[in-house]
Design a protein around this ligand. Structure first.
Ligand SMILES: *Cc1c(COP(=O)(O)O)cnc(C)c1O
Length: 411
């Protein structure tokens, strides 16, 4: 069996979600009637693209010449040697244009918007990374672009607001609620309902109402498909373990999806452990969450007994969210993916170690995955292989990290 055979077998076995957009008891589409039509239209248009060679060719062309794909699969030799166990590889999404995996989804959805004849895209953003990716793809394709962002987040992420504006996007401040991500999502959904004829909503991760989790996953799954081919070329076999950080879950499912049918591959999703696994101090939905509904989908949610959405905390803004994509909830329930967390301190330590040993400064989100590699690799055999998703680069985080660490000043 060659590797493309294995790949298609994997996809065959994992044809979820079902027709209602459910992954077992998770997922679905719980939205007002006005949005039902838009979601159905989106799903129909998306399904057509699978058969549309012109669309697929155009997407592949932009992935190659604009995003810079395939991103490298890099053998992290000094980290491997330092940890003294499994062979560690990084999938280098940090080297994709704009410095993270989010462009894969933003580009795919903006191309889809164009195909649907919609001249305008909107998006929500928390830390600003998805807003930047969407503004980038919109500029590339000549689409009008408006980004909803909580005014509190705008204050904290001024540089990303500037970036979006540089690329011609309008950034709309959201002053309701906690003036952060979940309020921005609500505003974006409201805009979409009002302007659906000429507007596509570019949702940023594998969450929200069906078909968004499926569409975003499929656009991110290129990460795993490339990894499979690259690892077969380098090692001639499957990895023993794959590790990725989990915010909404898009970079993790992007890496894992093509391998879900390969039972020998262990998969570990790393959530934000924050300062402590106690209410309000973390964003580890599988440690402190329960079944609930947020933003149109059923999944694990951090909430109190009456269903009030809990506060979250993480040193990394991209992992700081009260819910997680429904496909992850399904994989958690079925024990296909194991979920754990890394604390703020563990992520900051990994952030520094990775810079020192590999000359790669990871995004603070990705540093949570590095922290898990540091815990796992030493107990594994030298013949074992770990592939970790380096979801983004840390340039955006150095100023924030400097508040907590003082490299070179210790010892
Ligand atoms: C946004 C972001 C994440 C978290 O989002 P997922 O949907 O879970 O991938 C992780 N890493 C980086 C670099 C990000 O920008």
């Amino acid at each position: 069996m060659n590797n493309s055979d294995i790949s298609s077998t994997t996809r065959e076995k994992h044809r979820w979600p079902d027709a209602q957009g459910r992954y077992g008891r998770y997922g679905g589409k719980y939205v007002p009637e006005t949005l039902m039509y838009a979601l159905d239209e989106l799903e129909a248009a998306y399904r057509e693209t699978a058969e549309d060679d012109a669309f697929q060719t155009q997407l592949a062309d932009y992935q190659r010449h604009y995003v810079g794909r395939p991103t490298p699969l890099y053998s992290a030799k000094r980290l491997t040697e330092y940890l003294g166990g499994a062979n560690v590889y990084f999938k280098r999404e940090d080297l994709a244009h704009t410095g993270a995996h989010k462009i894969n989804n933003a580009l795919g959805q903006c191309l889809l918007a164009k195909r649907m004849g919609k001249p305008r895209v909107i998006a929500e953003t928390g830390a600003g990374q998805h807003g930047v990716a969407t503004a980038t793809a919109a500029a590339l394709l000549g689409l009008d672009c408006e980004i909803y962002m909580g005014s509190e987040d705008m204050e904290r992420q001024r540089l990303n607001v500037f970036r979006m504006r540089l690329m011609g996007a309008k950034v709309v401040a959201v002053d309701s609620g906690s003036r952060t991500l979940k309020d921005a999502i609500n505003e974006a959904l409201r805009d979409w309902a009002a302007n659906v004829e000429r507007t596509h909503y570019v949702l940023g991760t594998v969450h929200g109402p069906h078909p968004f989790p499926m569409i975003c996953r499929d656009f991110q799954a290129i990460i795993g498909r490339e990894t499979r081919a690259q690892l077969f070329e380098a090692e001639g076999r499957l990895p023993d373990m794959m590790i990725a950080c989990v915010g909404g879950g898009s970079n993790a499912i992007g890496l894992f999806f093509d391998f879900l049918g390969d039972e020998s591959v262990r998969m570990i999703g790393v959530e934000a452990g924050g300062t402590k696994i106690a209410p309000g101090m973390h964003a580890a939905r599988f440690s402190g969450g329960s079944l609930g509904m947020l933003q149109g989908a059923v999944s694990y949610v951090l909430q109190d007994e009456s269903g009030l959405i809990g506060d979250t905390h993480s040193v990394s803004a991209g992992l700081d969210y009260a819910s997680v994509g429904p496909e992850h909830a399904y994989c958690f329930e079925h024990k296909r993916i194991e979920y754990t967390s890394a604390s703020d301190q563990e992520a900051l330590d990994a952030f520094q170690l990775c810079g020192r040993l590999e000359g790669i400064i990871p995004a603070l989100e990705s540093a949570h995955a590095v922290a898990e590699v540091i815990k796992r690799a030493p107990d594994m055999a030298a013949t074992d292989i770990i592939v970790m998703n380096m979801s983004g680069r840390g340039d955006k985080d150095v100023q924030h990290a400097a508040r907590f660490i003082a490299p070179g000043e210790d010892s």
